[in-house]
Design a protein around this ligand. Sequence first.
Ligand SMILES: [Zn+2]
Length: 203
Amino acid sequence: MISTLNFPYHRVGEVLTDYGDAIWIPANNNNFSQSDCARDVRWIVIHSIEGSADDALNWFQNEKAKVSAHYVIDYNGKIYQMVREKDIAWHAGNWKYNVYSIGIEHAGFADKNMFTDEEYIASAKLVAYLCRKYNITIIHWEGIAPEDPTNGSGIIGHNQVPDPKNPKLGGGINHHSDPGKFWNWDYFINLVKKFYSQMSVGG
Ligand SMILES: [Zn+2]
């Protein structure tokens, strides 16, 4: 269900980003699937880059990558949009989850405690906006998400995306572990709730 609330578009050069505070750096066209209508977004998938924001920006612009994400967040809280929300970014390692989700990459590592406050705050504002826009309940789903993404909705780590071949296992087809144990879910979800409550309806 797509919310009928209007969200302001932001013009960067000649390109409109979906999220006002984002900087548009498009992924290579070989790294995502185009869609000509709005999607039924049910899931937000949180990733860590296993590197810097620049690493993700560079890789998703490389035609050989065959991966992408909608948004990339830097340590300093800067947000880059690389794939339009209506288009299907290749981030989850599970085609159905790609179809029903938005992927957000964060500068940092699954096994290092490097996520910054600026990053959490920027990400939580973005996720609050997405949850309102797509009518997603602000919950961190427990455990592996359902095999069929239309059987639930919420906010998950990449590690919680089911392996399409063995849906009891997480992390998509390649069993990724990000964002990892240092991603502070309680802190993050509380920030999302706070920013969500501060958003003006229809604004
Ligand atoms: Zn990931």
